[in-house]
Design a protein around this ligand. Structure first.
Ligand code: CTP
Length: 406
């Protein structure tokens, strides 16, 4: 269904600034771990840091273009667009020279210009020789940056690159990631977890130009996919008919009909820890689609056959340790009993029951309903953003996976 593009809320965009210290190579690991936690990373190295780690490496690891100067891709005004999009700027390693340039408010390359143009929180991970770290100029500059609200980590103490040892070592990746998680308030609950999500409606062809479909926009399923990605999951989306969307980091399989969706779900299910069946699968399809366009005088009657119930089939295939979430649409609270019965019959662990009494659910960003759990839980939502429900679903999946897998 055509419609407004689906735009996702912020929270995953990190700028990783890299300056010219030998610890630049350790930042490759930082980038990888950020991605594990569901962050999308744009790397901005300083020109001289490319002596340690080259552009090709950063491009390959981040999957994004890498520039050092504002004069590259200048038509995009990239320092402003990157600065606007960033939820966090992490500079690791930060040399004494970079810290000095930041303290002066300089804008002489893409990294410093981006920092100046952004209102995102900045975390700085210094790494340098102890004499440089303890130099009065550096101490003064670090204090200035801290006064301006930037978070400057204390370097580790230990062996340095040469024979010396002392304060100035680049910290362990885990410490840096913990800082990032604290500043961004995001929590990777679904690390090392594979989540399969279906979204949108299916189209059942009547003839080459007509089909049976529904008004689903795919927003709820895509919101679940986004929140799962944010929580560090590896996400596959099986998308039927949806509004236009971009979901960087997810694998997307496009399907049209309920049969195609069933084949894709059943093929992908064994490799996943969780399935969220948010798609609005057409309940029925024409007995036989016509290869030729049917003349209107022959359209009075279309014989239909019921489609297979994908959720129920997935429930039959479910192995111990897998979690399945289904959806239902009901028009009154009295039908919650029916919904519970549906959840049990289809062997789902959770069921989100949309209250569709007032009509507007399809295509809307908001939803009202209940998230039922097979162990008797019930959480209510009243006209909330679909991302709120998506977060609750991701939370429930993570808790249940922990419970069943120990
Ligand atoms: N579903 C499915 N395969 C179908 C139909 C539905 O997997 N052929 C899934 C949907 O993705 C959703 C749930 O089953 O997770 C909805 O079940 P359904 O029985 O269609 O619920 P309602 O929309 O509440 O429909 P009804 O009023 O017919 O009970």
């Amino acid at each position: 269904m055509a419609g407004a593009p689906i735009i996702f809320p912020r929270g995953r965009e990190v700028v990783l600034g890299v300056s010219a210290g030998i610890a630049a190579y350790k930042s490759c690991d930082v980038l990888r771990r950020l991605q594990d936690h569901g962050f999308l990373v744009t790397v901005i190295p300083t020109e001289s840091s490319l002596n340690f780690v080259g552009k090709a490496t950063w491009q390959a690891l981040s999957g994004r273009n890498v520039a050092t100067s504002v004069w590259e891709n200048s038509s995009d005004v990239s320092h402003v667009s990157i600065a606007d999009k960033a939820d966090l700027i992490l500079i690791a390693p930060a040399t004494a020279d970079l810290i000095s340039r930041l303290a002066q408010g300089r804008a002489d390359d893409l990294l410093t210009t981006t920092v100046l143009a952004s209102s995102a929180p900045v975390v700085i991970v210094p790494a340098m020789h102890p004499n440089m770290w303890l130099n009065a100029a550096t101490i003064h500059n670090v204090n200035l940056l801290r006064q301006r609200g930037m978070k400057v980590l204390e370097p580790d103490t230990g062996r340095l690159t040469g024979k010396d040892s002392g304060i100035g070592r680049f910290p362990e990746t885990a410490r840096i990631i913990n800082e990032v998680l604290e500043v961004t308030n995001s929590d990777a609950k679904l690390l090392n977890t594979k989540v399969l999500v279906t979204a949108g409606g299916t189209r059942e062809p009547i003839d080459p130009v007509r089909y049976i479909g529904n008004r689903s926009s795919g927003r709820q399923g895509l919101a679940v996919a986004y929140e799962a990605l944010r929580s560090g999951a590896e996400v596959t989306v099986i998308a039927g008919d949806t509004d236009y969307f971009e979901l960087e980091g997810a694998r997307v399989i496009k399907v049209q009909t309920a049969d195609e969706m069933r084949d894709a779900v059943l093929a992908e299910l064994p490799a996943n820890h969780a399935l969220v069946m948010a798609a609005a699968v057409a309940d029925a399809k024409p007995n036989k689609g016509s290869i030729e366009k049917i003349k209107k005088d022959k359209l009075q009657q279309i014989d239909l056959t019921l489609n297979a119930d994908i959720l129920a089939q997935a429930g039959m295939m479910k192995k111990t340790g897998q979690v399945i979430v289904g959806f239902a649409a009901e028009t009154s609270e009295d039908n919650l009993e029916l919904a519970k019965e549906k959840m049990n019959r289809k062997k789902a662990d959770f069921l989100y029951v949309n209250n569709v009494a007032d009509g507007a659910i399809f295509g809307s960003g908001n939803t009202s309903g209940y998230l039922l759990s097979s162990d008797g839980g019930k959480e209510g939502f009243d006209a909330v953003d679909k991302h709120v429900v998506a977060r609750a679903i991701v939370e429930s999946i993570s808790t249940r996976l922990e419970k069943v897998n120990g």
